[in-house]
Design a protein around this ligand. Structure first.
Ligand SMILES: [Zn+2]
Length: 808
């Protein structure tokens, strides 16, 4: 049964099932206790003193249903009304509305008067006490199924978190059996599996200096009977924007050569003290992921996501989370809105938001590109810009060879926008990167390497950055490509970056690696997959060991925040990653390895790289692959083990186990419903709203404004459409904006500035409403809900009497 209770700041109150194992029907104790939903090591001491432990025991008997006394007059009126309603049913649709007394529109707006009443600052104490009293007596629903003579005593165990700054709100809680309607055995089995899955993720995140939430770590330690140590938590490091007067392109500040040797072995680059040590494969003592353990862990997770009881359990938990949010919203919408209305200065428009997933080559919208092409022609018509069949040509000649004049170009003839033709056709979508279908124009305007050294591309990006700076509250994380076809790619890319000074505080750079080994191998550009990995990672290791050997690359790397893995996920490779898979140096066939194979080797190399860079006090890299846009659900499993956060995640819809794990791990998902709408999934079917309601961490991103957006502010367009289609509230939108900042690679300094000093703390404590405009009630709801789910896992393992650490 569901119960809602009104709770208060000083003695807040959540009906918690944490301790209620008895049969729910007969005995429930309503007890108010002051506890943290989870012991935060820092705030715990101060809270423990407030435990009141007052017990309310209410004895209640089965109420009789008494027919209300009604006058005949009222009776007659009702009958007349009923007849009218009945009559209206038989009439046309147009009049029926007047009589639809029994249903309320889905989006029932809150009346002005009601809101005004709600906004009244202080309710007098007298009223408050009365309400509290009433909520206590009403809190316990009564049911008696057997003998009326036995008066059931209903005891409700109520655990209450204490926060300083969360206004009163109504909490949703379930009283009774916590196993979610699955059998005790299934419940315990599921909890065991979920615990191990979470422990696996935690291990791989730490190894790679990626994030794992404190709250989940605390529960894992409790399950293991180990103390939680805040110092064990790791955080990635990002370069803050340059201070006034600081030159971000000054190579003289780069650290000195360490003299180490980096060499690839079995697809992973290791760091050795000397060349002799490298010959004997005696790497420096840095923890590295173990291939066989990784495969074991992966196989365990594959078994887990296919396990019947765990599927049922997680499916039910997710359904519950959805319903719980709906009830929370229904009960507290006004209180949340009240908080926001009373919050000075901040609204959705001046909340910082990050476009967490955008490709540099398509970061301008189609109109911007069109205008730029026309302008460049007016200025540079006689400039030599291209090499056509070995001959240098001017822009005028280039356009003539394409039978075009820029004056005649329109967004329609430019034809870079995705539409109906691209749905389920990634190949057609890729072709849209060529303006007017001409790859020459793509080379000229959207490449870093061309006859004009990528000048136009740099200018376009700087214009986009300048638009973001004008908008002030918007940031973006564009991806530039490294293909791994040639070891010089990094030098060329960083040369372009430094030459054109493509740096803006509003842009955080990422490197995307397309999964197109098969294309390179077929043309014999690389001898095996290992070479491709080496081309991608070795230059970065070398620049990390000896920054002066490649100063431009070293400077560029300071502004690179992570790696992405991109391509059409719906392509099947037919390869299964296992212990028998050939090592990358042996992978010399033209077939592409599987998604998981790519992911593992990217993760392993990023891990080694981060360990080295951490040791040198340099910024570290996150792994943020495109994942779950299409293709097999195992992609999401590989990212669960290796990625700090992902882009898309649509296929989480298909696996309740993974979806629940992404929820527990609070793994951020950058979603782009407009992009999906043109490629893989109609807008209305996008799971964004569903994920958001359930408490998965989602952010909104544009993916490719050139292909999908119309306006000058594509990120706002993305938010606006989502808000309209999904009827998001201001609080929802600000929550998504806040998540985008947390997910992003903005530096610690910037996050403190945008989110508040305590942004790393989880729950309402970490939220500064003055900066984020997210209601504290929402934060408390999210935090308590997460703690509740994590606690269930703990209870499940306790029930089985598992020895700490003995979970297999
Ligand atoms: Zn993308």
């Amino acid at each position: 049964m569901t119960l809602t209770s009104r709770v208060h700041k000083k003695a807040p109150n959540i009906s918690s099932l944490f301790c209620n194992k008895g049969h729910p029907d007969l005995l429930l104790v309503a007890r108010q206790r002051s506890v943290q939903p989870h012991p935060d090591p820092e705030s715990n001491q101060s809270d423990s003193g407030q435990s009141s432990g007052s017990v309310i025991r209410k004895s209640v008997t089965m109420p009789k249903v008494i027919a209300p006394v009604v006058s005949t007059e009222t009776d007659d009126k009702m009958r007349a009304f009923a007849e009218q309603v009945f009559a209206s049913e038989t009439k046309g649709e147009d009049v029926r509305d007047e009589f639809s007394m029994f249903d309320v529109a889905d989006d029932c707006p809150i009346m002005h008067q009601e809101m005004a009443h709600h906004l009244q600052e202080d309710e007098d104490n007298e009223k408050r006490k009365k309400r509290q009293q009433r909520s206590r007596t009403m809190a316990v629903p009564v049911a008696c199924t057997s003998h009326a003579s036995v008066a059931p005593v209903v005891d409700v165990e109520v655990d209450m978190p204490t926060y300083l700054e969360v206004p009163d709100f109504q909490r949703v809680a379930i009283i009774g059996d916590y196993a979610s309607g699955v059998t005790m055995d299934d419940f315990e089995l599921s909890c065991k599996g979920i615990y191990r899955a979470m422990a696996i993720r935690e291990k791989y995140m730490r190894l790679c200096y990626q994030r794992f939430p404190n709250t989940a770590s605390q529960y894992l330690r409790e399950i293991e009977g180990e103390p939680f140590k805040a110092e064990d938590q790791v955080q990635p490091v990002f370069t803050p924007p340059p201070k006034d007067g600081e030159d971000p392109f000054d190579a003289s500040t780069l650290p000195k050569n360490l003299g180490y040797v980096a060499r690839m072995k079995e697809g992973v680059i290791y760091v050795y003290d000397t060349a002799a040590a490298a010959d004997k494969h005696q790497p420096r003592d840095l923890p590295s992921p173990d291939y066989n353990t990784f495969i074991d862990d992966m196989n365990f997770l594959i078994a887990l996501i296919a396990q019947g009881p765990t599927k049922t359990y997680t499916h039910r938990r997710l359904k519950f989370l959805m319903s719980k949010f709906n009830v929370h919203e229904m009960l507290n919408e006004m209180e949340e809105m009240k908080e926001l209305k009373l919050n000075p200065h901040r609204d959705f428009y001046n909340c910082r938001k990050v476009d967490t997933h955008i490709h540099a080559a398509a970061c301008m919208n189609q109109k911007h590109l069109l205008r730029f092409i026309k302008r460049s022609y007016r200025v540079d018509a006689d400039r030599i810009v291209h090499k056509l069949n070995g001959k240098e040509v001017t822009m005028k000649e280039l356009f003539q060879s394409l039978n075009l004049h820029p004056y005649d170009l329109t967004v329609d003839s430019l034809d870079v926008h995705a539409g109906r033709q691209t749905f389920q056709r990634f190949d057609k979508f890729n072709a849209k990167y060529n303006p007017v279908g001409a790859h020459e124009l793509r080379d000229l305007y959207m490449k870093t390497e061309n006859h004009i050294n990528g000048e136009y591309f740099a200018t376009i990006i700087k214009e986009v950055a300048s638009d973001l700076e004008d908008a002030k509250y918007q940031y973006a994380e564009p991806r530039l490509s490294i293909y791994g076809c040639n070891p010089n790619e990094w030098t060329k890319l960083s040369g372009w970056f430094v030459r054109h000074r493509v740096l803006s505080p509003h842009l955080k750079w990422m490197i995307q690696v397309p999964r197109i080994y098969d294309v390179f191998r077929a043309r014999d550009f690389v001898p095996h997959f290992g070479k491709m990995l080496e081309n991608i990672f070795l230059p970065v290791f070398e620049a990390t060991i000896d920054p002066h050997s490649n100063p431009e690359l070293s400077l560029f790397l300071q502004h690179v925040t992570g790696f992405d893995s991109v391509d059409d996920e719906s392509k099947h490779s037919g390869h299964m990653f296992c212990t028998k898979s050939p090592k990358p140096e042996e992978w010399d066939i033209t077939k592409n390895p599987s998604y998981t194979y790519y992911i593992y080797y990217m993760y392993a190399n990023i891990t080694m790289l981060n360990q080295l860079r951490r040791e040198r006090g340099m910024n570290t890299f996150l792994f943020r692959p495109h994942c779950g846009e299409a293709g097999a659900v195992t992609h999401l499993l590989a990212s669960f083990m290796t990625a700090d956060n992902i882009s898309h995640g649509l296929n989480l819809k298909k696996s309740p186990v993974l979806q629940y794990l992404y929820f527990l791990g609070q793994i951020p998902i950058a979603m782009s419903p407009l992009s999906n709408n043109s490629l893989f999934l109609e807008y209305a079917k996008n799971p964004l709203l569903e994920f958001h309601k359930k408490g998965l961490v989602v952010s909104l991103s544009t993916d490719d404004p050139m292909q999908f957006h119309y306006t000058k502010e594509p990120l706002m367009e993305e938010y606006a459409i989502a808000a309209q289609v999904f009827k998001l509230s201001t609080c929802d939108m600000c929550e998504i904006s806040r998540s985008s900042i947390l997910q992003s690679a903005l530096s610690d300094e910037e996050k403190i500035h945008f989110l508040g000093d305590h942004y790393l703390k989880e729950g309402p404590e970490g939220n500064d409403i003055r900066k984020t405009n997210v209601a504290q009630i929402r934060m408390a709801y999210r935090y308590e809900t997460l703690c509740y789910e994590l606690n269930l896992i703990k209870e499940g393992l306790k029930a089985e009497g598992n020895i700490p650490g003995g979970v297999t």
